[in-house]
Write a protein of this length. Structure first.
Length: 385
C-alpha cells in the first residue's frame, strides 16, 4: 500500500504545476490571466450546471472527470492560444508524449484508465467527449463576452472564433449557447433558454479564482486560490478513491468538492488554524449558499444546496471522505514548502492531530496512517530535542 500511495501522491504533486500554466484568457475582472487548473475547475462546474442540455446518453460524471484531467498535459507542453499560428500536428504529438509521462507516474491500472479517458476526450468521438468539448469551447468564449469591461482584442478573437473558428460548430452542437453569444455581440437582449438561465451562476463563480487561501503552491511562489484548490482536491479524491471505503460514491464526492468552496465568494476563506468566530462564519456561509445557489433554476438550486450542506455536516460516508481529502491536501503541500501555513500560524503537531487528523482518520484512516509519521518527522526536525 505504501508504494502505491507514494506513486499516487507523486502524481498529485506534479499536478500542482498546472496552477502555474497561464492561458490567453483573463479572469472576468481582467485582473490577471486565468490558469489551466482553475479553468479545469470552472469547466467541471460548467458540466454539472449545464447537464440538462446534454443528450440522454451523456454521463455527466464521466464528463466532469474528463475535464478535470484534459489540460494536465499543459504542465509539459504549455497552453496554445487558438488565435495564434501553431503547428497543431506537432502539438498533438507533444501532448501525447506528455500524457504518457504524467499518467505514467500513477500505478499501472490508474495510468491506463486516465490515459484512456484523456485520449477519449482528444478523439472527440463519444457522446461524453463531444459534450465535454462543447463546454471547452463555451467557457473561454463566455469568459470574454460576460466580462464587465472586456478587452476589445479579446472580443474580436471571440467573434472570429464564433463565426469561423472552433466555436462555429456550436450553431448546431449547442445552438442556445451560439445564439446567446451572438446576442451579446450584437448588444441584444438574449432569449431566455435553459442555457441563459444557468449562465449567471457560472459567471458569478469566476470570482472564486480571486479568493486566496493560507496555503501556497508547491513552488512556494504564491498563495493558492480556492478555485484551483477545488480542482486539485477533486483530483486527489479521484486518485485516492480506494481509501474511502466501498460505501463511498466517488461521483458524489467529486460533486461535493466541486461545489464545497463556492460560498467563499461571499464569505471568504477561513484558515482552520486561524482565529474564527465559528457561529458567524456558519451564518455567512449559509447566506452565501442561499444567494449563490439561488442564481440557478429551482431544481439545481435545491440539489446543489443539499449536497453543499451534506459536505458541511459531514455525517454521510461520502461527506466524511470528502472532508478527509479536503484536510489531506494542504499538509502534503506544507511538507513540501517547509511548513507553509503551519509556520505562518505557529501550528503545533497537537493542533494538526485534532483539526486535521480527526477528520482524515474518520473518512480515510489509511491516508492518516501514511501521513502521520511524516508530520511527526517534520515537527521533530523543527523542534529538535
Amino acid at each position: 500500500m505504501t508504494e502505491r500511495l507514494s506513486a499516487q501522491i507523486s502524481f498529485l504533486k506534479q499536478a500542482d504545476k498546472l496552477k502555474s500554466v497561464n492561458r490567453a484568457n483573463t479572469l472576468l475582472d481582467q485582473s490577471r490571466a486565468e490558469n489551466a487548473a482553475e479553468h479545469s475547475w470552472h469547466l467541471a462546474l460548467w458540466a454539472l450546471v449545464m447537464s440538462p442540455l446534454a443528450e440522454a446518453e451523456v454521463q455527466i460524471d464521466r464528463v466532469i472527470q474528463m475535464l478535470l484531467l484534459h489540460d494536465l498535459v499543459e504542465i509539459v507542453v504549455g497552453d496554445h492560444p487558438i488565435h495564434l499560428q501553431t503547428d497543431w500536428d506537432a502539438v498533438e504529438k507533444a501532448e501525447h508524449a506528455a500524457a504518457l509521462e504524467l499518467f505514467g507516474l500513477l500505478p499501472s491500472d490508474q495510468a491506463q484508465a486516465f490515459l484512456s479517458l484523456w485520449q477519449e476526450f482528444e478523439a472527440d468521438a463519444t457522446p461524453d467527449a463531444q459534450f465535454a468539448k462543447r463546454l471547452d469551447r463555451c467557457q473561454p468564449l463566455f469568459q470574454v463576452l460576460c466580462a464587465p469591461n472586456p478587452n476589445p482584442d479579446h472580443i474580436e478573437i471571440a467573434r472570429d472564433n464564433l463565426n469561423a473558428g472552433r466555436a462555429a460548430y456550436l450553431e448546431s452542437a449547442l445552438p442556445a449557447a451560439f445564439a446567446h453569444a451572438h446576442a451579446i455581440l450584437r448588444n441584444e437582449a438574449p432569449v431566455e433558454t435553459a442555457f441563459s438561465t444557468r449562465l449567471p451562476f457560472l459567471v458569478e463563480a469566476d470570482q472564486l479564482k480571486a479568493v486566496l487561501r493560507a496555503s501556497r503552491l508547491l513552488s512556494n511562489d504564491r498563495f493558492e486560490n480556492s478555485a484551483e484548490h477545488s480542482w486539485h482536491i477533486m483530483l486527489f479524491a479521484w486518485v485516492l478513491a480506494e481509501y474511502g471505503g466501498s460505501e463511498v460514491s466517488i461521483s458524489r464526492v467529486l460533486r461535493m468538492l466541486l461545489l464545497h468552496d463556492i460560498v467563499e465568494i461571499d464569505a471568504g476563506d477561513h484558515p482552520i488554524h486561524g482565529q474564527v468566530d465559528k457561529a458567524a462564519q456558519d451564518a455567512e456561509e449559509r447566506a452565501a449558499a442561499d444567494r449563490l445557489f439561488g442564481l440557478l433554476p429551482t431544481d439545481q438550486r435545491d440539489a446543489f444546496h443539499a449536497i453543499w450542506l451534506e459536505f458541511e455536516t459531514a455525517e454521510t460516508p461520502d461527506a466524511q471522505f470528502a472532508k478527509a481529502i479536503d484536510r489531506f491536501q494542504t499538509p502534503i503541500g506544507n511538507l513540501v514548502t517547509g511548513g507553509g501555513s503551519w509556520v505562518a500560524y505557529d501550528v503545533t503537531l497537537a493542533q494538526i492531530d485534532s483539526r486535521v487528523g480527526v477528520p482524515i482518520n474518520r473518512g480515510a484512516p489509511q491516508l492518516w496512517s501514511w501521513l502521520r509519521p511524516q508530520l511527526e518527522a517534520h515537527f521533530a526536525s523543527r523542534n529538535p530535542a
